[in-house]
Design a protein around this ligand. Structure first.
Ligand code: ATP
Ligand code: MG
Ligand code: MG
Ligand code: MG
Length: 481
């Protein structure tokens, strides 16, 4: 298939290889960089070169980088374009070519190599980047109606709070040109999709927020593989491309539902499983083990969400004695099967990945069952107390907190089940317990700070506070036990 996900990756790499780029392998999802928890973009492995700390080995390079973005977790299955795990195709210049060449090649790749109709493409530039505007308009010939000037939020790219950064310019595909130019909003997911970001990396953002010009002008780009696959395969969203859909089909089969006939909520649940299973497999493959801190916590939350979502869909791991009732390894097998081009190594690591998954799933199911039992007891207590005292049945904040914190029982299940039984929840009491807990862990937090000041690693020691997941935001710092 000329537009399979695998072939798109290959054609991108070949395009830049034949224009002098050295092809390099994807870096691990665990970055060699204490300022970020996980690899969020292709540029990360080149940061020291961009900053001039390490001499470049080659003038320019291209990669297909596996990425994790936990900040997009709540978009999964809601937008058509966001994943927690995705591949970023990238071409990079280390003080070699700059703006003009990057723009011309990106256009040639999009239109000649991949055949996207030029009149379907829009571009954005940073609000005061007149040079980029002129290049798109005069050199490429994009009509000015389809060149948008956007602000910092969209068109000034930084890799983190500090580090290499610069204005960027992006290419968007228009699914509905008939809607015209008036009020066209590039962030409107029902009409446009951003697929290629060209960053003109020329500054280093310092601790105090100031921008220091870099010695060399660099190019850093990112093209979302799943997004380009979605456009070229003409499917309604990234999830229905050949990169992810087989995983969804596997989950549908286990759930005994047909994706095509499923309602929106079921489809969303299937997409969550399709998305998270990829993230989980590649995280474990890159050495992340489920735990309560840092990256380990990310993978634990993802696995728990898959298990809960699977149970909602009625998926059971029956029929595979070796799995003792776990189902996630069965779906992971499909991810591994699809992965030979993403990372050849995953196949060798597969048995360990399945083992880790099975153990974590069974542990969580045990947690759920323990929590269910305790919740049942607390609910009947609440009901009989209310009857005795002639009051409204209510679950005490302490109990809600006990379930949440000590039992690790998901908050919204507590809410759901209590509601079903006609019992309200004392959220104020819960907040008080939460605050107590917060104050206690402040002491622990200070210990972590000390560890960091003494050369420890932030990402290793502190929970990813940005990772909100599916229940209450809970950002206490914990020390690895
Ligand atoms: P968006 O505005 O759609 O959230 P972004 O501007 O945050 O995307 P960039 O940081 O510019 O994304 O990353 C470069 C490219 O990587 C994007 O143009 C897109 O093709 C891809 N990409 C970014 N985030 C995701 C994601 N969560 N899932 C899939 N692809 C992504
Ligand atoms: Mg984004
Ligand atoms: Mg964007
Ligand atoms: Mg972008």
């Amino acid at each position: 298939n000329s537009v399979s996900g695998d072939s798109i990756r290959q054609r991108f790499l070949h395009f830049y290889a034949s224009r002098g780029h050295k092809l390099l392998p994807s870096a691990s999802l665990v970055p060699d960089d204490p300022t970020v928890l996980l690899t969020i973009a292709g540029m990360l492995q080149f940061k020291p070169i961009f900053l001039g700390k390490v001499p470049r080995q080659v003038p320019c390079a291209a990669t297909a980088q596996r990425c994790i973005r936990t900040n997009d977790i709540n978009n999964v299955g809601l937008t058509a374009r966001h994943h927690t795990f995705f591949e970023m195709l990238g071409n990079f210049s280390f003080g070699d070519y700059f703006k003009k060449q990057a723009i011309l090649w990106a256009w040639e790749l999009s239109t000649s190599e991949f055949g996207l109709p030029p009149d379907r493409l829009w571009v954005s530039v940073y609000k005061d980047d007149d040079e980029a505007f002129q290049l798109w308009s005069n050199e490429v010939g994009v009509p000015v109606e389809r060149i948008k000037r956007l602000g910092e939020e969209d068109n000034f790219w930084t890799s983190g709070v500090t580090g290499p950064c610069g204005p960027c310019s992006e290419i968007y595909y228009d699914f509905h040109p008939e809607r015209g130019y008036v009020d066209a909003d590039l962030n409107d997911d029902t009409r446009f999709i951003e697929f290629y970001n060209l960053v003109f990396m020329q500054y280093n953002k310092k601790d105090d927020g100031s921008l220091e010009p870099l010695k060399q002008k660099n190019i850093d780009t990112g093209l979302g593989l799943e997004r380009l696959a979605r456009i070229l395969q003409q499917v309604p969203n990234n999830y229905e491309t050949d990169l992810i859909f087989p995983i969804i089909e596997k989950a549908s089969k286990l759930a005994n539902v047909s994706y095509g006939f499923a309602d929106d909520q079921t489809k969303r649940n299937l997409k969550i499983i399709g998305d998270h299973m990829r993230a989980i497999v590649f995280l474990i493959s890159d050495g992340v083990v489920p735990s309560n801190v840092g990256r380990g916590y990310v993978v634990r939350r993802l696995i728990r969400r898959v298990v809960r979502t699977g149970r909602l869909l009625g998926i059971k791991g029956d029929g595979r004695g070796d799995l003792e009732g776990a189902f996630s390894p069965i779906i992971a097998e499909k991810v591994v099967e699809l992965s030979t081009q993403i990372d050849a190594d995953v196949k060798n690591k597969a048995p360990r990945i399945f083992e880790e998954l099975k153990r974590e799933e069974l542990r969580f199911v045990h947690t759920l069952e323990r929590g269910e039992k305790l919740l049942e007891e607390k609910l009947s207590d609440a009901l009989s107390n209310a009857e005795r005292n002639g009051t409204v049945p209510c679950l005490a904040g302490e109990d809600v907190f006990l379930l949440y914190d000590t039992y690790g029982y998901p908050m919204e299940i507590t809410k759901e089940v209590a509601e079903e039984r006609g019992v309200s929840i004392d959220m104020d009491g819960f907040d008080i317990e939460m605050e107590k807990q917060r104050r206690q862990s402040q002491a622990a937090h200070n210990t972590v700070r000390l560890a960091i000041e003494n050369g420890g690693n932030v990402a290793e020691n502190v929970r990813d506070t940005e990772f909100i997941g599916y229940d209450r935001l809970h950002c206490k710092a914990m020390i690895e036990s």
